[in-house]
Ligand binder design. Structure first.
Ligand code: HEC
Length: 150
């Protein structure tokens, strides 16, 4: 392969990387993606918690770790106001009010994920209560800080 082709491929790779992580992906879009990832893993875990899918301790740990990473990624992306009018967000302005406990709630979600990861639940009986503690965070925060779909 000659040097010109290599440089064309390298340029294409850089352009691709820039489009995946660059200006096109605002903090709002990124935090929504992170929340979607969390939601996807919760469906996997929920199926097991309800006994619809066989319990798989390795899959549970992987899902919990993906959720922890996504929640950790999302946390600072809520820091800079809601950028009203710029694009679609369901984040309520109350998130940035002086008495907001939003960040504490995200911290609590991460803490409950860490608790479950550290526990390494080997069976459904030990996973059930850990799953319940995680799921509470979603509902509580969405009720207070997420606007309904329009
Ligand atoms: C501390 C608050 C908080 C917690 C905890 C939280 N969420 Fe969210 N979630 C939000 C907010 C705010 C939005 C709207 C974000 C936006 O539109 O900018 C959101 C959006 C979402 C979305 C929609 C993403 C989209 O744009 O399509 C899903 C799915 C979701 N959350 C799932 C979950 C699940 C599952 C959990 C629990 C494991 C969870 N969330 C925990 C605040 C939270």
């Amino acid at each position: 392969m000659d040097i010109k082709r290599i440089s064309i491929i390298a340029t294409a790779a850089i352009a691709l990387a820039a489009s995946a992580y660059g200006a096109g992906h605002s903090p709002i879009a990124q935090r929504q993606e992170a929340m979607k990832a969390i939601g996807g893993q919760m469906r996997t875990l929920g199926g097991m918690a309800q006994g619809k899918v066989a319990y798989d301790d390795f899959a549970v740990l992987s899902a919990l770790e993906i959720m922890r990473d996504a929640a950790t990624t999302a946390r600072p992306l809520f820091a800079n106001g809601d950028n009203p009018g710029a694009e679609t967000t369901r984040a309520k302005p109350e998130i940035w009010a002086a008495d907001s406990d939003f960040d504490a709630r995200l911290g609590q979600l991460i803490a409950s994920l860490n608790t479950a990861i550290t526990a390494e639940p080997a069976d459904l009986a030990s996973f059930g209560p850990l799953f319940g503690a995680i799921a509470q965070n979603c509902k509580g925060c969405h009720e207070k800080y997420r606007a309904p779909k329009n």
